[in-house]
Design a protein around this ligand. Structure first.
Ligand code: FBP
Length: 302
């Protein structure tokens, strides 16, 4: 039994044994097992951005099996994907690595006035496929946000009833500026909203130094947001003072040094881990495994 994991789970003490057990399963899997940190491979970019933008840099990624294999071989804590990719691999991989079913998705073929993902699968599918959690994206900042929050309320209730935790991708977009989507006040707010909605694990983008909301500027005068490490610390504080697991996304593909520099700051700032998609699967497999190992090592020694 890992002390680091059990002290994180103590923050979820009101939850039922199924939810706690699945969180424990994810925290105790892969190269980071027992450290209290997690690195997850998410592959929903084919749906979100399109297949060529996602998989042309490394065409092996057109095959759903490739990603499950990469997640296992690199020692990730879990693998997250939409229904089709999970269905394609679940018979072979359920039980080999915790699977996370992404139950909503949006494509980039239309430019809606109000960003909102469609419900693309259900809690029942997650159970049938042997998943350890469901994943759901909210877009705080969208005119449709209240509908997403209400759908999430229902999904969390349903998933909890059958012992599944919920991971919330909290991505502000809609009625805010493009740069503002990653402003520190917006990211901290997005993380907090996800926690208030009952997320067991929150996923946000790494925050920038910008302050988007004029009403928040005064308060940020006394909050250190000068470095990524400090900003991550503030996001973690905003997520119930570190009582919820907060992980940070990898973003578009970039050079290895830039990825590792960002992860080092996230790890030092108290982030619980990373969910790295394009920076992993768009590289040739051996390079991706090497990079994921280096990312995991940064969290392991944080
Ligand atoms: P990446 O590491 O590739 O950024 O993946 C994380 C992720 O949250 C994916 O799950 C999702 O498809 C993508 O980012 C969304 O990115 P964007 O907000 O740029 O469309």
């Amino acid at each position: 039994m890992s002390q680091a994991v059990e002290s994180i789970l103590a923050n979820y003490a009101g939850e039922n044994p199924g939810v706690v057990g699945n969180l424990r399963r994810m925290l105790n899997h892969g190269r980071l097992a027992g450290t209290g940190k997690m690195v997850i491979l998410p592959v929903d970019q084919g749906f979100e951005h399109g297949p060529a933008r996602s998989f042309q840099p490394n065409p092996a990624g057109y095959d759903p099996r490739y990603h499950a294999e990469l997640a296992v071989e690199s020692g990730c804590n879990a693998y997250a994907a939409p229904l089709g990719f999970i269905e394609a691999i679940a018979a072979e991989y359920a039980g080999k690595i915790p699977l996370i079913l992404k139950v909503n998705n949006s494509d980039s073929l239309a430019s809606p006035a109000a960003p909102c993902s469609a419900l693309t699968s259900a809690v029942e599918d997650a159970l049938r496929l042997g998943c350890s959690a469901i994943g759901y994206t909210i877009y705080p900042g969208s005119k449709d946000r209240n509908r997403m929050y209400q759908d999430l309320r229902d999904l969390i209730r349903e998933a909890r009833k059958v012992g599944l935790p919920t991971i919330v991708w909290s991505y502000a977009r809609g009625d805010i500026s493009k740069d503002g989507e990653t402003a520190i006040d917006v990211i901290a707010y997005a993380a907090h909203i996800a926690c208030q909605l009952g997320a067991h694990i929150v996923k946000v983008k790494p925050p920038s130094e910008m302050i988007e909301q004029s009403a928040a500027k005064k308060n940020y005068e006394s909050i250190d947001v000068s470095t990524l490490e400090a900003r991550v610390r503030h996001v973690v504080e905003s997520a119930f003072n570190g009582k919820r697991i907060v992980i940070f996304s990898g973003g578009p593909a970039k050079g290895k040094d830039a990825v590792l520099e960002e992860i080092a700051a996230i790890a030092k700032g108290g982030g619980s881990g990373s969910i790295v998609g394009r920076n992993a699967f768009q590289r040739p497999k051996d390079e991706a495994i090497q990079l994921l190992h280096e990312i995991q090592d940064l969290f392991a020694k944080a």
